[in-house]
Structure formats: C-alpha cells, structure tokens
Design a protein around this ligand. Structure first.
Ligand code: HEC
Length: 249
C-alpha cells in the first residue's frame, strides 16, 4: 500500500514538474532571441528599414574593420596595436581615432588614405582599402559616427554571384582574402582561382569550405575570422547560391 502511494506521489510530481518546465520554456526562448540579435537579419521588425543615404555601423562599417584591421597582431581586443581596438563600436569610440562629424579631422581617415607606405593602413603587403570603402567610412564619421543598424530586407529570391555574393564577400571577407594576402590560400576577390593557385570563390563553394567556414560546421576555421557569424539571411543567400551550383551570374 505504502509503495503504491509513493509511486503515485512520484508520478504526480513528475507531471507537475513537467508542467512547470513547459510553462517556463517560452519565456526563456523569448529572452534568448532578444539577447542574441546580431545585426542585419531579415524581417527583424524591431529595426528600421535601411535608408540608402545613411551609413550603418553594424552592417556597413564593422565588417570592413573586421576584414581589414582586426586580424591577430593588429587592432583587436587582445593585441590592440598602438592602443587601437576596432573590433566593436565601444572599442572604436574609445580608441581616439576619430572626431564624430569631422572625417577630415580623424586619424583613422588619415591612416587609410595615407600615401606613405610606412604609414598607410592596412600596412603592405595588404592592399589599400578601395575608394568606395574609404568614402563609406568618411560618410559614416561625417554623419556623426553613430552606432546604427537597420533591416536591409535581405533578398533571398534573386541571388546571383555579381549582385549578391561578390558584394557580400567584399564587405566581410576580402580584406583578409585577396591577391596579396590570401588567408589560408583563399583569394575571394575573384570567381576563378588566381594565377598562383589560390582558391577563388567558385572553388571555395564547390569544395565545401565556403559554406563550412561561414556556418561554423565541420573542422573548418570559423569565418569571418575574429568577427561574429554572418547574419542568417546572408548565410541563406550563400546556401541558395552554392546549392544552385555556384554559377558565375
Ligand atoms: C580577419 C581576417 C579574415 C576575415 C575577415 C575572413 N577570413 Fe577567412 N581566413 C583567414 C585566415 C587567416 C585563414 C586561414 C585559416 C586560419 O587562420 O584560421 C582563413 C581561412 C578561410 C577559409 C579556409 C577554411 C578552412 O578551414 O579550410 C575559408 C573558406 C575562408 N577563410 C573564407 C572566408 C569568408 C567566406 C570570409 C567572410 C565571410 C572570411 N573568410 C573572412 C582570415 C580571415
């Protein structure tokens, strides 16, 4: 009799605990989602749509810093060469490299537009930043160097190499994967492999390393190196393009 009673109580408490566990679950999920936002995800209703005249730190500027400046030995939170750390908004703002509203009066702009090879950033053999990226950084500073992000309505219906993948790689990857510094033997500035045999974008897509490295799967190094994972919508765009056979379109 006693034994049956204990079994009954045990069973009852199991159900009660399960009930409470289930009740609490949705609350935790919601908290998790709120805390885990990583920028320009598609369909994030809490973000304003991107305005083409505004420069957004999160999606326009931070990827350029990660790709051109924060590699090991340079301007990241561990090595912060010359006391400069460009790996997050807070770090950039406390590194004393810019004057909000005054690109002309900002050490950062001076460094990336320098012509003296001993002073220019990123230093040789890394290539100078392209004019389009320099202008974006200047515009961001002139707009007040704000910490803005937006919903770029990232499009997964019409994904092409030239319209989608190439600009994505230029924004987040080619600072470390170009002709003069092909990280890991990958030169992602062109579709084809380069003249000295570094993998181009097509080969990276077809050999699985592009998807593996950006999704952080398998034994691949996690990319972008030292930065946070690409937003889900960009991962979707890469998957869609790779699944289509990585066409040069
Ligand atoms: C800050 C520099 C940096 C950035 C930014 C970066 N990479 Fe890399 N990447 C490297 C280095 C260095 C390696 C060589 C392996 C290592 O050191 O982890 C590498 C390796 C790779 C590999 C080979 C991975 C493997 O395990 O074989 C691929 C593919 C790759 N990167 C793709 C990308 C893509 C795509 C992006 C942009 C989304 C990117 N990388 C951004 C520095 C970078």
């Amino acid at each position: 009799m006693n034994l049956r009673y204990s079994v009954f109580i045990l069973t009852l408490s199991f159900f009660v605990m399960t009930f409470y566990a289930c009740q609490h679950e949705p609350v935790e999920t919601i908290n998790g989602n709120n805390g885990g936002g990583n920028g320009n995800g598609n369909g994030n209703n809490s973000l304003p749509p991107c305005d083409p005249d505004t420069v957004y730190f999160e999606q326009d500027i931070l990827p350029l810093f990660i790709s051109n400046c924060t590699m090991s030995g340079c301007h990241n939170s561990t090595t912060h060469a010359e006391g400069i750390d460009l790996s997050s908004y807070a770090a950039v703002m406390s590194s004393n490299v810019l004057t909000p509203g005054q690109a002309w009066n900002s050490e950062l702009v001076e460094a990336i537009t320098e012509t003296d090879p001993d002073k220019i950033m990123p230093p040789p053999p890394m290539p100078p930043m392209p004019a389009s990226q320099i202008n974006l950084i200047k515009k961001w500073i002139n707009q007040g160097a704000l910490n803005l992000k937006c919903d770029n309505g990232c499009d997964t219906t019409n994904v092409t190499y030239n319209g989608t993948i190439k600009p994505l790689l230029q924004n987040s990857c080619t600072g470390c994967h170009n002709t003069s510094s092909p990280g890991g033997g990958y030169n992602l500035t062109n579709y084809a492999d380069d003249a000295v045999g570094n993998f181009g974008v097509q080969s990276s897509a077809l050999n699985g390393s592009l998807s593996g490295s950006v999704n952080h799967t398998g034994l691949y190094s996690h990319m972008p190196k030292g930065g946070s994972k690409l937003p889900q919508c960009q991962l979707d765009q890469i998957r869609i393009w790779v699944d289509a056979g990585a066409p040069n379109n």
